[in-house]
Design a protein around this ligand. Structure first.
Ligand SMILES: [Zn+2]
Ligand SMILES: [Zn+2]
Length: 253
């Protein structure tokens, strides 16, 4: 802000006063560390310090799941988890490990109804896309992993769709959220072991309009990737509808 003399400084005194009053009347505390957030630093109720503590995956990335590779895996280009995995998607990218601050924020976003966290969380994803030049311009559609109707009623919003909307808007990609449907309300993947996750998700998705998908490159979007079973099953259905390529992008893994 320009530091203008005379009238303007009177104005800035008033605005400072209003700001301090606001801080007294509505003190804001960081969702994670509970520290009071100065009005200027506010990023939707998470302080900048806590956001900066989210450390992203670093290259080289696993060419299947996108996680940062351990030193011993770099020659194989694939992480230990993915060595024997066969996914229906071409490859996945993911911003950061699903732990600590990232895990807590995603938890608050999804299960504590804090939908306003979509903004800082999608910004982490947008920064990652820009930093690594992910080829979003080659994607025809951005498709969020859908929730079952029962889950959607319970949660009131699909966290993947809310994130996808922000990203699609930023990069100008078409969001397609009513074509891929979840037809089966499967038990939560998080409660299952690795083997059961693949069985649990099988047949959970359906495409309502395959003609739209045919010959298209799709970017599937979700908040978390764990075994990759959900993203792979959705990709299988998209490939059945003759999608030419399916990529996956998640916030955490
Ligand atoms: Zn904080
Ligand atoms: Zn991997």
């Amino acid at each position: 802000m320009l530091n203008l003399p005379g009238k303007a400084s009177k104005f800035s005194m008033v605005s400072t006063l209003i700001k301090s009053l606001k801080e007294i009347l509505y003190p804001r505390h960081c969702l994670l560390c509970r520290e009071k957030i100065p009005l200027n630093d506010q990023k939707d109720l998470v302080c900048l310090k806590c956001l900066k503590e989210i450390s992203p995956h670093l290259p080289p990335f696993c060419r299947k799941c996108g996680r940062g590779l351990a030193q011993e895996d770099t020659a194989k280009h694939t992480c230990g988890e993915c060595l024997n995995a066969r996914f229906y998607f071409e490859r996945a990218w993911t911003v950061c490990p699903y732990q600590e601050n990232a895990r807590e924020l995603i938890h608050q976003f999804k299960y504590k109804n804090k939908i306003f966290l979509a903004k800082p969380l999608s910004e982490l994803m947008i920064d990652f896309i820009r930093h690594y030049h992910l080829p979003l311009n080659h994607c025809d559609y951005l498709i969020p992993i859908p929730l079952s109707p029962a889950k959607l009623r319970e949660r009131e919003f699909n966290q993947a769709e809310v994130l996808a909307k922000e990203i699609a808007g930023y990069f100008g990609i078409q969001l397609l959220s009513n074509n891929l449907k979840r037809v089966r309300n499967t038990p939560a993947q998080a409660d299952l072991d690795k083997e059961s996750r693949w069985k649990n998700i099988s047949g959970a998705f359906r495409i309502t309009n395959p003609d739209t998908i045919k010959g298209k490159t799709i970017l599937l979007l979700d908040d978390v990737l764990t075994t990759g079973a959900t993203a792979s099953e959705a990709s299988r259905i998209l490939k059945n509808a003759r999608a030419s390529a399916v990529y996956v992008f998640t916030l955490a893994s």
